[in-house]
Write a protein that binds this ligand. Sequence first.
Ligand code: GLU
Length: 306
Amino acid sequence: MKLDYQNIISKVYTDIIAKENFGKVPSYIPELACIDDNKFGINFTDLKHNSFGIGDFEEKFSIQSISKVFALSFVYEKLDEKLWKRVDVEPSGSAFNSLVQLEADCGIPRNPFINAGALVICDILLEICNNPKQELIQFIRDLTGDQQIFFNEKVAASELENSFRNAAMCNFMKSFGNIKSQPDAVIELYCHLCSIEMTCKQLSMSFLYLANLGKTPSNDLQILSSSKAKRLNAILLTCGFYDESGEFSFRVGLPGKSGVGGGIVAIYPQHYCITVWSPKLNEKGNSYRGMKFLEEFTTQTGESIF
Ligand code: GLU
């Protein structure tokens, strides 16, 4: 029987919006704390070009750590497997901005989705690009098929002014030789990466290459080989939700990525991407309603990778 995704999405949306919205918006990036915390949007886009949304799905928000997936894809395609000498592919089991593991692991971050890992990816971008910010944003625009994607300079500046933990991590990794450029330049690029704004609809579009063996379905760009796309999905499944990755896999059963802006993108390989945005975060830093929505969505569709 063919599933009526639109109907399932609007039913789950209506159920969730009727219940209390728990959690809180992060205050450590002041510019993010200004958001209306009752925003709630969903977009579903599949490989057959069906796309629909509900709520605030066409409003731009700060994608924060979701952008780490784009930066990793860009770097992985260029460096191939030697990338993994500088960043590992293991779940961290600790907070996204934790410093403790770095000492035991000699400055090699557990995975590319915790902050330390993304800082190493930014350091690599500085090494391999002439103009990393411009090349990265263009890469994201091309894979989305939409030129209307930008950094938010206010959010980047707000994070930069308060990036004491990220600066500590970056300097610590530099002491182990795993950061090559000046830490200030790495952090500046990292804060810009986190400041990118997109809508739920743009995010679902942009992630379709990961559902489609590495190729964008709209304009046939081979972003990653199919083998690399498989590996990237595997890292998303095991590491995409900080130290709640096991829980997301257990409850939702799809690879995905969250950000402290309240966005979550989940991928059903060979089929579709679904993006949810709701700014209030649970204690692990993932969108409270986003987690609830996706758990209920895959329960009702009966579809997951397992
Ligand atoms: N800009 C955020 C930070 O570095 C990103 C965190 C996230 O979304 O996981 O703390």
